[in-house]
Ligand binder design. Structure first.
Ligand code: CTP
Length: 233
């Protein structure tokens, strides 16, 4: 029996990034990678060839897909730029550090009697925005981002995404470290109003959500190519 993502290459980013301050310290966030890993595993189970670019997480290594382990946002960017051109579906679920330490100290930073220190941070590349501006013009690459807030509609257009998944971390059962998620799914407007299409999805297990997001993104890709899912057989 053919699977829904047979013949497709899927690229997924997952987990946090770590930005070094010195050889022993770093800046990071609370992402566990669960959502991104669930997406990568669901894509594999739906028949796709999957590359997972993962920040440092404590999850089991998935089998049946290629995992690229990275630490910093810059390394994640480099891995994505290497794999993006061949990806049909790209889903960026990583919580990428927006900033990194301007000058990483070669040795452990000492207190030296100081009561405060100042760290200068500089912006990291926006990987999703880069991908959005490097999609092939023929509609064969569909791109999905995640965002934290409900006014993510702007991000959808700004970063040239075909789909944007917004989760509100204040909802119980949503976001980091939970096994469920509650999301709002936005897709670009296809009408004269210019307002994005917005769907509020019910609370569901991250594995079920992963599968539904992939099926939806694959359908968007076919529609961008001017095909319907029924043409696939
Ligand atoms: N992202 C990325 N590279 C970055 C930052 C974010 O690829 N340097 C991706 C994330 O993987 C996610 C989306 O962009 O898919 C999140 O966008 P972001 O602008 O960070 O959104 P928020 O975190 O919701 O909001 P804020 O504007 O406050 O940063």
């Amino acid at each position: 029996k053919p699977l829904p993502l047979d013949g497709l290459q899927v690229l997924v980013t997952a987990g946090p990034t770590q930005e070094a301050m010195d050889p022993v310290r770093y800046l990071t966030n609370h992402s566990t990678g669960k959502m991104g890993y669930a997406i990568a595993e669901a894509a594999r189970d739906l028949g796709a060839q999957v590359t997972l670019v993962s920040g440092p997480v404590a999850l089991d290594e998935p089998t049946g897909l290629e995992v690229r382990h990275v630490t910093s946002a810059q390394q994640m960017f480099d891995a994505v730029t290497e794999h993006f051109a061949t990806a049909d579906l790209t889903i960026m679920a990583a919580a990428v550090g927006d900033f990194r330490v301007a000058e990483v100290a070669n040795d452990k930073i000492k207190k030296n009697g100081r009561t405060s220190i100042t760290l200068e941070l500089v912006a990291n590349p926006d990987i999703l925005a880069w991908a959005g501006s490097h999609k092939k013009a023929d509609g064969s690459q569909a791109l999905c981002g995640f965002a934290m807030e409900i006014n993510a509609a702007k991000k959808l257009a700004h970063k040239h995404c075909d789909m944007l998944v917004a989760n509100n971390l204040r909802d119980p059962g949503a976001g980091f470290a939970t096994d469920t998620n509650i999301v709002t799914v936005m897709t670009p407007a296809n009408n004269a109003t210019g307002a994005p299409n917005i769907e509020h999805w019910e609370k569901m297990d991250k594995h079920e959500l992963a599968e539904r997001l992939l099926i939806k993104l694959a359908a968007i890709r076919l529609s961008n190519l001017g095909q319907s899912p029924d043409d696939q057989t």
